[in-house]
Design a protein around this ligand. Structure first.
Ligand code: MG
Length: 454
């Protein structure tokens, strides 16, 4: 059997890879693994959500587990409700930012962290060996409706108190934040205009992944209305993206670094956590406020885990998944949006002014063809050549692929998870630096690929 769980839980084409049978088995397997008495189940707006939820819940009930049904809410709302209800697990039916034909099951623990590799392996084993703990008919579980949105907004109102009546345009992209995000911002006193706030699992308005292209309507509305800020989320609401008051899309790395610096400033230093792909502007900003940066593998669970382990002040990935460990460990789009407003209020700055303090470096990305059978071996062996050719490197890391930090930039070489490619990411302080590093690194990769073929 192929591996069920990836870094974001079970994910696949609905009714092809992720069938009701599998959803039911995952329910039974987690119930057995977590010895779950109560769990919380929620879903995003995807068309297949209801079908998969019925099957998952059936598996849970058959195991004697009581299920709080939160209906359609964002992933962070589900994770927070799981913690708040002291439930033994939380299940989110979502494929995050993926196209509408996909779905997935992401599982959370009581402490709001999603299942780590060890948990996932144990559940996979239960599914494979059909090692379930079905209950006697007299002790089957029951379902109980849960207003998770209310619990979540209650938390957010305590965490963020705004003085200014911010004019905010919200774009849930027809996803799971369609109600919670506008309701939360209104409750905080913002003047909210909502765009694409009708729940629709076909995602007709825009791609569920927030990007500069997919948020062009949001940018136009912010500009036309003269609003202070535009905020958007991915399909399940664990990512946030911003448009500034001029209608410009804010680069993800710069918003992450800017907010991270603010968090450090008011905690008197500490740790920031991000993944190996994030811009070095995170380090530049952290150093300004006496902070240090820990870099993890790509995947929000690795960031959340490292935040907990290193007792970090803040952390996130440059896709907009930000974690606020003072509250909990799940990446949270709507809460990040509210906390960003608070930061602007405290700093008395517009979003464009806030972001302008973060340096803008030059990024280059190249894909080098390499057979699937050889790509991992190439990446494993390339460190020696890299270190020999970039003698002035300041840090060498193999936490995810190979990452070399240099004086005026860095490079990252990873094997593509899905395609016969090796991916090179480069950043430089200037165009010249970025081009020089890219040229040199590309030549080294080509040489290693050829050597592997011999
Ligand atoms: Mg997501």
């Amino acid at each position: 059997m192929a591996k069920l769980f990836g870094s974001s839980g079970v994910r696949g084409l609905a009714n092809v890879d992720l069938t009701p049978e599998l959803a039911c088995k995952v329910g039974m397997a987690v119930a057995a693994y977590a010895k779950a008495k109560t769990v919380v189940v929620a879903r995003d707006t995807r068309v297949s959500g209801s079908m998969l939820q019925e099957a998952l819940v059936s598996g849970l009930l058959s195991s004697g587990t009581d299920v709080y049904l939160a209906d359609i809410v964002p992933t962070p709302t589900l994770a927070y409700a799981t913690m708040s209800m002291h439930a033994d697990a939380g299940f989110m039916l979502t494929a995050s930012h993926n196209p509408p034909q996909y779905n997935g099951i992401k599982v959370f623990r009581t402490d709001s962290l999603s299942y780590v590799d060890a948990d996932q392996e144990a559940v996979e084993k239960n599914v494979k060996e059909q090692s379930f703990a079905l209950s006697d008919w007299r002790r089957l579980g029951k379902t109980i409706p849960l207003n998770a949105g209310q619990i979540y907004i209650g938390m957010a109102l305590k965490a963020v108190v705004l003085k200014k009546k911010w004019r905010v345009v919200v774009d849930p992209g027809c996803g799971a934040t369609f109600k919670v995000a506008p309701d939360m911002l209104k409750a905080m006193g913002c003047k909210v205009t909502a765009l694409n706030a009708q729940p629709d699992g076909h995602f007709p308005a825009r791609k569920s992944e927030p990007t500069a292209e997919s948020l062009s309507d949001l940018a136009n509305v912010v500009k036309t209305l003269g609003a202070d800020i535009g905020v958007a989320f991915d399909g399940d609401g664990d990512r946030v993206a911003f448009v500034d008051e001029t209608g410009a899309f804010v680069n993800f790395d710069r918003s992450l670094a800017g907010y991270g610096a603010y968090a450090l400033k008011y905690s008197g230093g500490g740790m920031l956590v991000t993944n190996v792909e994030a811009s070095m502007c995170v380090e530049t900003m952290a150093e300004k406020y006496g902070g240090k940066v820990v870099r993890t593998k790509v995947g929000d669970i690795y960031v959340s885990e490292a935040i907990k382990q290193s007792n970090a002040v803040f952390g996130g990935e440059p896709c907009g998944a930000w974690v606020h460990p003072k509250i909990y460990y799940c990446p949270d789009g709507p809460l990040s949006a509210a906390l960003m407003l608070k930061a602007l209020e405290v700093e008395n700055k517009s979003l464009s002014e806030f972001i302008s303090e973060v340096p803008e470096y030059i990024t280059r990305r190249e894909n080098i063809a390499c057979k699937n059978e050889q790509k991992y071996s190439v990446v494993n062996k390339i460190g020696v050549a890299l270190k020999a050719d970039f003698k002035n490197f300041t840090d060498y890391s193999t936490v995810d692929g190979v990452r070399l930090a240099l004086k005026q930039g860095w490079l990252l070489i990873r094997a593509s998870g899905t395609e016969p490619l090796i991916r090179l990411t480069v950043e430089g302080e200037s165009v010249k630096e970025a081009n020089d590093i890219t040229q040199k690194a590309t030549a080294i990769i080509h040489k290693q690929v050829e050597a592997e073929l011999k």
